[in-house]
Write a protein that binds this ligand. Structure first.
Ligand SMILES: Cc1cc2nc3c(=O)[nH]c(=O)nc-3n(C[C@H](O)[C@H](O)[C@H](O)COP(=O)(O)OP(=O)(O)OC[C@H]3O[C@@H](n4cnc5c(N)ncnc54)[C@H](O)[C@@H]3O)c2cc1C
Length: 397
């Protein structure tokens, strides 16, 4: 078996469409040294039909996608469900509607070892598995084939994922279906599962325990914020993103798959019937439209008449307020641009096989918790003018 890349590693998003469409099943997705999956072709079996390249969403011209028809801020009225959602629970509201129609919902879930892959959920009580952002590349497995199976069985399907995954599904299916709803995320970029696994093991070693769950955007300790939480057998711990090596590097955009830095889907031509993200625009508003923003707010772009119709069906389940595109997209740079490549990204992945303790010390820069609180206290106590004057005196201006 030779390792043949169908499109260059710099642009391949690892969506796996090629491996799903191959009529000879001769393409498998294999992880490289960085931990990202790329297609590997068994040339003995390949009949050079070209189906893989024809369907590759990165290779082909973008035909799909739509510009937003309108945009809203949304908050789930179900308080328990809202706690499990990263933002305002737009995903859960729409997913509940689909499940109540006897439909199926696809999204990213952890397994018991905290690997992340796309799975199908058919029962309301399992929806929590898909809720919450996992800031890592999700393994698609055979999701596209399963979606096709459910659509052919006459079931309504909601597929949620990063824009490249939604584009991949649509390319795999080849035609739209009135039974298919898609939701893409505003996407910052995705680190590899290898990096996440090394980090989780390191956390476990530090705590002399096994990490049982990890929630990147937990509302438990800090309310709606970037803060997270993880638990072992005994208790839960808060994760301060500025002081955490994996999270801080993620937020700075230093650990993404190469293709994320030239993502062709990071613009206002959206793949999904819906686009969801955090509504950070509330920071600029005097009255954040009457919501309790500490519990989380979603920004939701409605990009198709199908999406418009579904939004009407969930009106009684959520507080929904129309919001202009400019306000709604404030603070969401990735709606318009891919993340900017940082040279340290290649250093991190070139050294990924170092023990994580070493890797984080050398390359995954993060703040010391004590200094973090000193800085915050200084900011709270000293007015800006005095801070600037002190900086000048200390020669740091
Ligand atoms: C890697 C990544 C980067 C993101 N970057 C931004 C950003 O820069 N700005 C912003 O506003 N929002 C970003 N988001 C989206 C944001 O974190 C919330 O997921 C979004 O606001 C939806 O929140 P919710 O409350 O509606 O529902 P949630 O319950 O949080 O929705 C979760 C949905 O996200 C899907 N999902 C979770 N993890 C993954 C994954 N690894 N791959 C594919 N799908 C996944 C789940 O399948 C589920 O459908 C990002 C999400 C991810 C996964």
């Amino acid at each position: 078996m030779k390792n043949v890349s169908l499109v260059s590693h710099d642009v391949c998003s690892g969506c796996g469409t090629c491996s799903n469409v191959c009529p000879k099943s001769c393409i498998s997705m294999v992880r490289d040294a960085e931990g990202f999956a790329y297609p590997s072709v068994d040339e003995q079996k390949c009949i050079e039909c070209g189906a893989c390249l024809k369907k590759c969403p990165v290779e082909k011209e973008r035909a799909s996608g739509g510009t937003p028809i309108f945009s809203v801020v949304l908050q789930d009225k179900d308080g328990e469900s809202l706690k499990n959602s990263t933002s305002g629970g737009a995903f859960a509201c729409i997913a509940r509607y689909v499940l109540k129609q006897g439909g199926v919902v696809f999204g990213a879930a952890y397994d018991e070892l905290l690997n992340v892959s796309h799975v199908a959920v058919e029962r309301l009580e399992d929806l929590h598995l898909l809720q919450g952002s996992k800031y890592v590349s999700s393994d698609m497995k055979d999701s596209y084939k399963k979606v096709k199976f459910f659509l052919n069985s006459g079931r309504l399907v909601l597929f949620s994922g990063t824009p490249c995954q939604v584009a991949a599904l649509k390319s795999f299916l080849g035609e739209d279906s009135k039974l298919l709803l898609t939701m893409d995320l505003v996407c910052h970029g995705v680190p590899s599962q290898k990096l996440l696994q090394k980090y989780i093991h390191w956390l476990g070693e530090k705590n002399l325990s096994t990490i049982k769950s990890y929630v990147f955007r937990s509302k438990k300790f800090f309310g709606w914020s970037l803060g997270g939480a993880f638990s072992d057998e005994k208790k839960s711990y808060a994760v301060n993103p500025d002081c955490d090596p994996y999270y801080a590097a993620f937020l700075r955009g230093e650990t993404f798959r190469k293709s994320c830095y030239s993502c062709k889907f990071a613009n206002m031509n959206r793949e999904g019937d819906f686009t969801v993200g955090d509504f950070w625009g509330f920071h600029n508003m005097k009255d954040p439209v009457g919501f309790d923003h500490t519990k989380g707010l979603s920004m939701l772009l409605v990009n198709s008449p199908k999406g418009e119709n579904v939004l009407k069906q969930i009106e009684s389940d959520a507080v929904i307020v129309p919001m202009d595109l400019q306000t709604i997209s404030a603070g969401n740079w990735n709606l318009y641009h891919p993340s900017v490549y940082k040279p340290i990204r290649d250093e991190i992945y070139a050294n990924i096989d170092l023990p994580f303790e070493e890797l984080q010390k050398r390359y995954l820069h993060h703040e010391d918790p004590f200094m973090y609180y000193v800085r915050r206290l200084r900011r709270r106590l000293l007015p800006q003018g005095l801070r600037d004057a002190l900086k000048k005196i200390l020669g740091r201006a």
